[in-house]
Design a protein around this ligand. Structure first.
Ligand SMILES: Cc1cc2nc3c(=O)[nH]c(=O)nc-3n(C[C@H](O)[C@H](O)[C@H](O)COP(=O)(O)OP(=O)(O)OC[C@H]3O[C@@H](n4cnc5c(N)ncnc54)[C@H](O)[C@@H]3O)c2cc1C
Length: 541
């Protein structure tokens, strides 16, 4: 992935004219203003703190000199994740968080040997999958250690086995989403885990962060798909054996999933897979208001009638989506007239995605459709659904272009019960609007519901504002206010982005002081030297 943004070199993205006009009108963004990133040569890096002896020992442990890199390109590529503040810093040439070296072992045994050297010498270890963390999860923090390495796990990239009878697959941690799906597809299978970061995130990263894919309503979050895993820690190996169910005491998988590299390295996971669906059908619906749509979604979910993908945008997100897609065509004009005639002109767009065999898709469409209609929903046909499916991974590429145009653009997410959803939505949106009100131009604060549960749902906010002089101070104020508001309103600090560094200070509110002590006790047992991903997940005292 390019060091300053999303995607690979050469993947060009241009902002559509309609989008540039919208940003000018709404946020007062000067269409000609540009803030390009510095060149790789101009990124400021700390001198490498790893001495020759340490480097050599790590190379031997990892399996050879070619497994260690400390060149500029490797260090910058592993200096940060892909959050807004990460990219603001990198684009401005701040590489101060770069690791001293990047180690890329190719087996669990080599991982174990590297952890032994780091524990003995006192080198901080940051497990690195795809590096798509948006919460500071992969940013090296030395925290008193002599040096910090990034442990790049993409060398562990094999499908170890597929059990077609039991419908499970054991995958190594460093497999990227597309590679995993390609190899499962060759066997007629799918995992069904498609986060928006799918192209550049890994199996190990998903499990370490309890990731949720875009089709999680139907297929489940990654934590629901883990049958067993293998975690290599400095003090030894621990894992949940791959079993469909067990009553043998507390479930260790639950402790290891979401451990974000602070307990050890997930080297492989046995995951529940399913036959790849022959039919995928995505459709659009409209609701008169977000509240009306949420209610219809709740009824559908509680009747066990939801499809695999179910997402509902609020009024503001719908307005932006329509503005960006505007072509002025006759079909579009007719569509808008239809919405107006039905009282949906300021409505909310929903996407429903059905996957399975022909009969199953049809049956579910009928059941879900009945609940959506009864809740005030208006079917819009396949076109909006297909447009969403076509562009489901496009957003992050566009973000680079928005950063270049000096926009603050970020997302945050939470979850709560259905009965508390409106209060949480209002509190978080209000906090973002108030802190980002800036000078004259109000921000755009948008939200969608995209992961449904019988008892509640997640809320996913996207916010845009004109970037101020000190972009990081501006971002931090908004993030803090929104996070405080989320916790005060009874939401979780994260539904799927994980904790990392950015959410750590809200962990006490999440699990309590005794809960923190329990996680610390597990860390002290598995990682006595405390080298594993310092500064993440566990809040400072
Ligand atoms: C544009 C964009 C869209 C995103 N969309 C989604 C989404 O739809 N759903 C979602 O859930 N998340 C999403 N994310 C967040 C991110 O992609 C997920 O957290 C993902 O699971 C991280 O995977 P990764 O391989 O990139 O892990 P990394 O970013 O490399 O690591 C994440 C954390 O896990 C630790 N880690 C990584 N691998 C291992 C391992 N093998 N063993 C132990 N610890 C490990 C790291 O130390 C770090 O703390 C998005 C991020 C971006 C930038």
């Amino acid at each position: 992935m390019r060091w300053w943004g999303w995607g690979e070199e050469g993947h060009e993205v241009t902002l559509p004219d309609a989008a540039a006009a919208f940003l000018r009108d709404e946020l007062g963004v000067d269409p000609a203003a540009r803030s390009p990133h510095v060149s790789l040569e101009d990124v400021r890096l700390p001198d490498p703190a790893l001495d020759g002896g340490g480097r050599e020992r790590l190379a031997t442990a990892a399996g050879g000199a070619d497994k260690v890199r400390d060149d500029r390109e490797a260090r910058v590529a592993h200096a940060a994740g892909r959050s807004y503040p990460d990219l603001v810093r990198l684009r401005a040439g701040d590489g101060s968080s770069a690791p001293d070296a990047v180690i890329r072992p190719a087996s669990a045994e080599a991982v174990e040997a590297v952890l032994a050297v780091c524990s003995e010498v006192g080198i901080a270890v940051v497990p690195f999958g795809g590096g798509t963390s948006v919460v500071g999860g992969v940013e090296p923090v030395r925290d008193g250690f002599s040096a910090a390495i990034s442990l790049d796990l993409t060398g562990l990239d094999r499908v170890r086995s597929i059990d077609r009878v039991s419908l499970t697959a054991t995958l190594e941690a460093g497999l990227f989403g597309p590679d995993a799906e390609r190899q499962l597809a060759a066997e007629g299978l799918t995992l069904g885990h498609f986060p928006q970061s799918f192209e550049y995130s890994t199996v190990g990263g998903w499990v370490a962060t309890r990731s949720a894919g875009q089709a999680s309503t139907g297929y489940g979050r990654i934590d629901e798909l883990v049958e067993g895993l293998r975690l290599v820690a400095p003090a030894g190996e621990v894992g949940g054996r791959a079993l469909p169910a067990s009553a043998a005491g507390p479930d260790l998988r639950e402790l290891l999933m979401g451990s974000e590299g602070v307990l050890g390295v997930i080297c492989e996971a046995t995951l529940r897979v399913r036959p790849a669906p022959p039919v995928r059908r995505y459709e659009g619906w409209s609701f008169r208001s977000f509240a009306e749509g949420c209610d219809a979604f709740r009824t559908m979910e509680q009747a066990d009638a939801s499809p695999q993908v179910a997402r509902l945008s609020d009024e503001e997100e719908t307005r932006l989506a329509l503005a960006l897609a505007a072509t002025g065509s006759r079909a579009e004009r007719l569509g808008l007239r239809y919405l107006r005639m039905r009282g949906h002109e300021r409505g909310c767009m929903a996407i429903l995605g059905y996957e399975g065999d022909e009969d199953e898709v049809e049956r579910r469409r009928q059941r879900a459709g009945a609940h959506l209609r009864a809740g005030g929903g208006l079917p819009l046909g396949r076109r909006p659904g297909e447009a969403w499916a076509r562009t489901r991974y496009a957003g992050p590429y566009l973000r680079d272009e928005l950063l270049e145009r000096r926009l603050l653009v970020d997302t945050l997410e939470t979850a709560t019960s259905w009965s508390n959803l409106t209060a949480l939505y209002t509190a978080a949106a209000e906090a973002l609007r108030t802190t980002l009100a800036g000078r004259g131009t109000p921000p755009l604060v948008m939200c969608h519901v995209s992961h449904l549960y019988r008892s509640g749902a997640s809320l996913y906010f996207t916010f845009l504002a004109r970037q101020e002089e000190d972009a990081l101070v501006q971002w931090s104020a908004a993030k803090t206010a929104a996070s405080d508001a989320i916790v005060a309103a009874g939401g979780t600090i994260t539904h799927h982005h994980a904790v990392g560094r950015d959410h750590a200070r809200w962990m006490r509110a999440e699990v309590g002081e005794t809960g923190i002590e329990l996680i610390k006790a597990a860390k002290e047992r598995l990682d006595p030297a405390g080298v594993m991903n310092p500064g993440k997940l566990i809040p400072p005292a």
